[in-house]
Design a protein around this ligand. Structure first.
Ligand code: GTP
Ligand code: MN
Ligand code: MN
Ligand code: MN
Ligand code: MN
Ligand code: MN
Length: 205
């Protein structure tokens, strides 16, 4: 086993008695500027879930019937209306879900869960297409998914932005998946992220 509860893809798939969930951070570069002066730099998509928590698009996958990536693409078609192809190389981490048991809306009994997290870079126009399809053709719109949201990666003069975004409630470990990814992909500097995390604690805890 790798550090901090992480599993390799093979180890994860060999675990019996576990269900599997795959979620993905879809993102693109952008030259857009907020108020014509704050560079947004990247578009990162999350969603407001039916349970009021923020999370990434994706869901439960049945590895005996579909590959992890095919299952994730199926969930993306349901939740964002586009069958975005995802490959094994986009897999960032597989780990045991923090809570030993998860209660699902669609199953009456609790189950043990392994979560697989993917990151996929797209063109800005493809991201915009996902945003349009999410409210028009996605079958889960208004049901499992209440809306897609972009993550603010900047800090405004009034200290709003990423710090305030991080004070919301997130499903599972999606908050750390977001924080780890924006740092690893250099979307925010360590200093900016530190300020945002400090702000999120100061203001609301
Ligand atoms: P149902 O049709 O209701 O089963 O939904 P689904 O198949 O879309 O599954 P969902 O996206 O709710 O994910 C299944 C489980 O994975 C959730 O109950 C959470 O415990 C966990 N989960 C959901 N979103 C995320 C996420 O963004 N990151 C992580 N790490 N876990 C998540
Ligand atoms: Mn779903
Ligand atoms: Mn889902
Ligand atoms: Mn599902
Ligand atoms: Mn669900
Ligand atoms: Mn569903």
């Amino acid at each position: 086993m790798m550090a901090s509860g992480q599993l390799s893809r093979e180890e994860a798939l060999a675990c019996s008695g576990y269900r599997h969930a795959c979620h993905v951070m879809l993102y693109s570069d952008t030259k857009t500027q907020l108020f014509g002066k704050i560079p947004i730099r990247h578009i990162v998509l999350m969603q407001m879930r039916y349970d009021g928590l923020l999370g990434f698009p994706g869901g439960l996958v049945n590895p005996s019937k579909e590959t992890l990536e095919a299952g994730l693409t199926r969930e993306l078609l349901e939740e964002v209306g586009v069958a975005v192809p995802v490959s094994e190389e986009d897999l960032v981490a597989s780990r045991y879900a923090p809570a030993p048991f998860v209660f699902s809306s669609s199953s009456s009994s609790p189950y043990r869960l392994i979560t697989h997290f993917y990151v996929k870079k797209m063109e800005e126009e493809q991201i915009r297409e996902v945003e349009r399809a999410a409210v028009s053709t996605a079958t889960d719109h208004g049901l499992e998914v209440l809306g897609m949201v972009r993550v603010p990666l900047y800090t405004t003069k009034s200290k709003g932005g990423l710090g305030s975004f991080l004070t919301h409630s997130f499903i599972g470990n999606s908050r750390s998946q977001l924080v780890d990814s924006v740092l690893r992909l250099n979307m925010v500097s360590a200093e900016e992220l530190h300020r945002a995390l400090t702000h999120s604690l100061k203001t609301y805890s």
